[in-house]
Design a protein around this ligand. Structure first.
Ligand SMILES: [Zn+2]
Length: 318
């Protein structure tokens, strides 16, 4: 058990890459053997829209069909005219990635592969930070995937990496021999990922980041936003960012602010009010993880947005 580093850091600003070259409905090559088509569902949590990836040629895998959108589906099928989809792969069951699954499957008969059921409470349909239903609780894959599985296609191989945190069923897929990882919503270049309890879990998210840090990849292709070059640098920055956020929250508790509505404006200066619910859930995720480690106490279990948090007295810290 280690005390959060409460030394002040000069800056917690992350350098986001919000450049992205694309046209809706057009599949473009983004890496050797990989094409990407962006769905037209832009928003504060989806950036320009959900990325659908096509792996291989002739017989291909599709990662994340995206939202229910006939135009996106038609464009995808047109781009794959003369080819066959052998696998539909799902990074995680959030509706912006899975609502289009049924229609794609109906048109292609391709099997759907995903993590499947999880032990983690997925929460109610209204737990989305955006205020909309976002967890697809009815989703059930044709084949479940686990960490370490290998998916063999015609001219490609993918290794399955279970990366819970953003969602308990989140998977990344590593393209064998290319040092390229499809990072889903776990690592995105345009913004930090949402970690919102009960669906999201900060401890799992950080462990999942560390797993990607151990790898020596050269490219991440995320679920939203453009290519991430030098991905280890991005992962390290995200780990550092969360460490600083945790210490800022711990400082708030030390100075007597023990409720989330007091903490949010202190650590998110000038926050867009539309994003306040997401910020509150992110603070809750940090506090939940601090409580799990015994560094912060809370009478409620599970912890909730309205809970009071405090530092145990005497402090368990050295
Ligand atoms: Zn998403």
């Amino acid at each position: 058990m280690s005390k959060p580093d409460t030394k002040s850091h000069s800056s917690s600003k992350l350098a986001f890459n919000t450049e992205m070259n694309f046209d809706y409905g057009v599949a473009i090559k983004v890496a050797p053997g990989v094409r990407r088509m962006v769905a037209n569902n832009p928003g504060p949590f989806t950036f320009k829209g959900t990325n659908t990836y096509i792996i291989g040629h002739g017989e291909v895998a599709v990662i994340d069909p995206g939202p229910l959108d006939p135009e996106h589906l038609d464009a995808l099928l047109a781009a794959l005219a003369g080819e066959r989809i052998s696998h539909i792969l799902i990074t995680h069951t959030h509706r912006d990635h899975t609502d289009g699954v049924a229609a794609l499957k109906a048109n292609t008969n391709a099997p759907v592969l995903a993590f499947g059921e999880t032990g983690r409470d997925r929460g109610a349909r209204t737990t989305s930070p955006s205020g909309k239903a976002f967890v697809d609780l009815d989703f059930s894959p044709d084949k479940t995937l686990s960490d370490g599985d290998v998916i063999q296609g015609n001219d490609w191989t993918l290794d399955v990496i279970h990366t819970p945190g953003h969602a308990p069923d989140h998977l990344c897929f590593a393209l064998t021999g290319e040092r390229t990882v499809f990072s889903g919503d776990h690592v995105m270049g345009w913004n930090t990922t949402v970690v919102a309890p009960p669906e999201g879990h900060m401890g799992n998210y950080l462990t999942s980041l560390e797993r990607l840090l151990e790898r020596k990849d050269k490219l991440f292709l995320p679920g939203h936003g453009g290519r991430i070059e030098m991905p280890q640098r991005a992962v390290r920055a995200y780990l550092m960012h969360r460490k600083m956020r945790e210490s800022a929250i711990f400082n708030c508790l030390e100075s007597g602010d023990c409720f989330i509505p007091q903490i949010v404006p202190r650590i998110y200066r000038g926050l867009d009010s539309k994003l306040a619910p997401a910020a509150a859930l992110s603070v809750l995720a940090h506090l939940e993880y601090l409580v799990e480690r015994g560094l912060v106490q809370c009478e409620d279990s599970p912890v909730a947005i309205q809970s009071a948090f405090s530092i145990p007295q005497p402090s368990p810290l050295p």
